[in-house]
Design a protein around this ligand. Sequence first.
Ligand SMILES: C[S@@+](CC[C@H](N)C(=O)[O-])C[C@H]1O[C@@H](n2cnc3c(N)ncnc32)[C@H](O)[C@@H]1O
Length: 254
Amino acid sequence: MDHLQRVQQEFTRQASQFATAPAVTRGELVQRFVDAVPAGADSVVLDVACGPGIITAALAPRVREVVAFDLTPEMLSQARQRCTSAGLTNVTFREGSATAMPFADASFDVVVTRLSLHHFQHPAEPLAEMSRVLKPDGALVLADVSSSEVAAESELHNAIEILRDPSHVRMLPESELLDAIGAAGLVVQQHTQWHEAREFEEWVRIVNDPDRVSPLRTVVRTLARLGQHAGTGWSMADGKIVFFHRWHLIVARK
Ligand SMILES: C[S@@+](CC[C@H](N)C(=O)[O-])C[C@H]1O[C@@H](n2cnc3c(N)ncnc32)[C@H](O)[C@@H]1O
């Protein structure tokens, strides 16, 4: 199975759980992203790897049009339902891969993408595509989770993420994330970062595959007890396995 097939298979399984998971739908988290988007009533916005349309639906009331783009039909179906329920009429839905997008050069005022970069085999390709479809002076708003700058911690962290979700490729260390955005011809204008507290059981519930949970729980509980935090804070608190995701929210101009 190639990588894009694996992404589709995985996000078909995850779609309904992901669409309602507090870790990605929490109002303050969504608002923080929306507040960073430099868009107005005339803006045309592309949401790359839109998933179930959480960001799409939050942005649409503020702009002229949002194009919601994703590889996984089941995710687009979730996005359509969310936008229909919200009474939104300025959203269109397109299926395809961020590595080769069916949009003309310079066709969007703003491109947004949240929690997508770590699913791309070669992040330079989709970032170049996002830059290509932006108008001159357009803005990319990107949020993703980073891994440690310590190579061994980053490798361990990403290996555990892949055991949970085989469509995960790599959460980049912050320095690589910023370099990749610069290499796409974009200039970072704002960059905020913070830790989102996570708990093992809610994190694994989202992937909706009970067979993965038991061996993974054993591995991360053992790491936590041994003090091997993998740069992501694996530890025990009140009998629960806890950790954090280090989020980055970046606004970059073409
Ligand atoms: C973790 S979800 C994030 C969804 C949404 N952006 C959000 O933050 O709520 C990742 C999404 O990326 C999509 N995806 C992964 N690789 C893709 C690709 N090459 N092209 C388009 N979409 C892709 C998946 O189908 C999935 O919907």
